[in-house]
Design a protein around this ligand. Sequence first.
Ligand code: TRP
Length: 376
Amino acid sequence: MKSYRVAIRGGQVRALARGVLLRSCLGGPLGLTPGIVMADKPIILSGMQPTGGLHIGNYLGALKQWATLVREDQHDALFCIVDAHAITIPYEPEKMPGLVLDAATSYIAAGIDPDQCTIFLQSDVPEHMELAWYLSAVTALGDLHRMTQFKEKSDQHKENVNAGLFTYPVLQAADILIYKANLVPVGDDQKQHLELAREIARRFNTRFTNVFPEPQAKLSRTPRIMGLDGKSKMSKSKGNTIGLLDAPKTIEKRLKSAFTDEKKLRLGDPGRPEVCNVFTMHTALSPTDQIDTIRADCQSGALGCGDCKKALSTVMLAELEPIRARADELNGNPKRVLEVLKDGGARARKRAQATMADVHTAMGLTTDHRGYSSRS
Ligand code: TRP
């Protein structure tokens, strides 16, 4: 049977994401009419800032899950490097291109196959910024004031609390909605931004017409990796990280210093794996039967933190080995990475422009004298 792609509206995509087969109510012999066939796969979008030196928290919290989702091939996935978000905190313009290249290299090295998904740079698709402006007109000021990431970042950068930092979540909503994404795989610090993106989609759909599906957050198995100091989330600015591409010796050494359960002071003391960051990393990296043994032996006191960390080193180094090798290879061929971005940007932009045509129509921002394509 011939298959045809059809333009589908938000509600139908949502139904599909729940595994419902889209059928034509006109009904052919199989309930399928040429022209209206099973729709496309659910759409995934996620992104990360090009802050340089991605770490194991980025990898276990997000990148590893992205790579798995792409490999499973059940979704239509786009992954963005959000440089336009990165300018809302102090940065050095001359370093940005290198940081973008590093981020793209890390995405690919982490196993996200650019032939199976779209990897692109946010500023290559200026329609994100255009949509963000339109969405700002259906975003409540009160909602933006409640965003904890804004509060944290404005505390961190008191000397530069700019309007972009405040409207950051609106641009994030635009990143997601412009691809009519259904699922957004992120770490748990992004749950609040996702809730807001859903609210913005609802408000837009209610105020105008039903253009956007409501995107759902999809958390990884380990959505929150703490820093080695055990005090806060692993984060480059806190210096409590293990770099994704650190040398094996460095990783071993850094892991030795990692904070564990503060109540487990000596060998023999029973531990609490559920509060231990080293155990959390085991759950992301070790085979299931080993995780169960580690949990039991930690709880009984049989396993000391030193040995537990050694076991973690072993599985972490094994996991990161091929990633380092791929990154080395790509660093020797930056052209290949730039091509991925160029190609991904062109594909993403086409899709974004199609959505913007819907948005312009819905909002009455178009007239007969101006077809969308003549504006690009
Ligand atoms: N705010 C996200 C972070 O700090 C990055 C981001 C920007 C993002 N746009 C996005 C994540 C869209 C998911 C979807 O990690």
